[in-house]
Design a protein around this ligand. Structure first.
Ligand SMILES: O=C(O)CC1=CCC(=O)O1
Length: 252
């Protein structure tokens, strides 16, 4: 599996991987890149089926998506890295923390789903809709879950950047990742996680509600939980300074 990625920051700095949300590309990390690249060799990658990564026919599994990241580390001859993921990228981070603990130092997982809290059928239906109608069919509804109206009104260019990523994501790639999210349940392995984990949830997240994230912090040994007020799903955009500070504090 060939994953597309972009590297920034000093070659000799500790490696930090960035995993993005469903239907977006590594470009979604724009609000974090300058700050993180001063301290890390940042590798922001596109999940399979997204951006310029390969998009084989699905369905995919969370094992596929996590395995791609381990393969990327192997290909780049990186023994150990830290990992930041949001949403789908957060789920991949949970899988890596459970299944590849010897390859990672620390994890910061923003609004991560650990299981299909709204039911597996929701993901099956969304996959079918996107295969039939393209990602255009889900783009505006997704944006309304990801951004509060006041943010969308104040920052239309930022919202449009995410809109374009959603619109240009491969329908097969998007649908196949929906199937991975619908079939996974990462809860049984949470208690075995040994790496330090920061979990961030957003008070008004309609995609991955706080009541589905807060219990994870009680099950992951030593996890640190932050709940952001007046925030929807895409906290990296709405609260960049707070997120960047939390990431630096946890990762360094
Ligand atoms: O699409 C959504 O609103 C929810 C979601 C789950 C994983 C992800 O990246 O977004």
């Amino acid at each position: 599996m060939r994953l597309n990625y972009e590297t920034t920051g000093p070659d000799d700095a500790p490696v930090l991987l960035l995993g993005s949300s469903l239907g977006t590309t590594h470009a979604m990390w724009a609000p974090q890149l300058d700050v993180l690249s001063q301290r890390f060799r940042v590798i922001a990658f596109d999940h399979r089926g997204h951006g310029d990564s390969e998009a084989p026919d699905g369905p995919y599994t969370i094992e596929d998506l996590g395995g791609d990241v381990v393969e990327l580390l192997n290909e780049l001859l990186i023994e150990r890295a830290s990992y930041v993921g949001i949403s789908l990228g957060g789920a991949v981070g949970l899988w890596l923390a459970e299944n590849a603990p010897d390859r990672f130092h620390r994890f910061a997982l923003l609004c991560p789903p650990a299981y299909p809290a709204a039911g597996a059928q929701m993901w099956t239906d969304r996959a079918a809709q996107v295969r039939a109608e393209g990602t255009k069919a889900i783009t505006e509804a997704t944006l309304s879950r990801w951004f509060l109206p006041e943010y969308a009104d104040a920052q239309p260019a930022a919202v449009d950047a995410i809109r374009q990523q959603l619109l240009t994501t491969s329908p097969e790639g998007y649908a196949s990742c929906c199937e991975a999210l619908g079939a996974m349940d990462l809860r049984p392995g949470l208690g075995d996680i040994t790496a330090p984990v920061l979990l961030v949830t957003a008070e008004s997240d309609a995609s991955i509600p706080p009541e589905t994230v807060i219990p994870l912090a009680m099950q992951i040994p030593g996890a640190h939980l932050e709940i952001l007020e007046s925030a929807a799903h895409l906290v990296t955009y709405s609260h960049p300074d707070q997120i960047n500070q939390l990431l630096l504090t946890h990762l360094t």
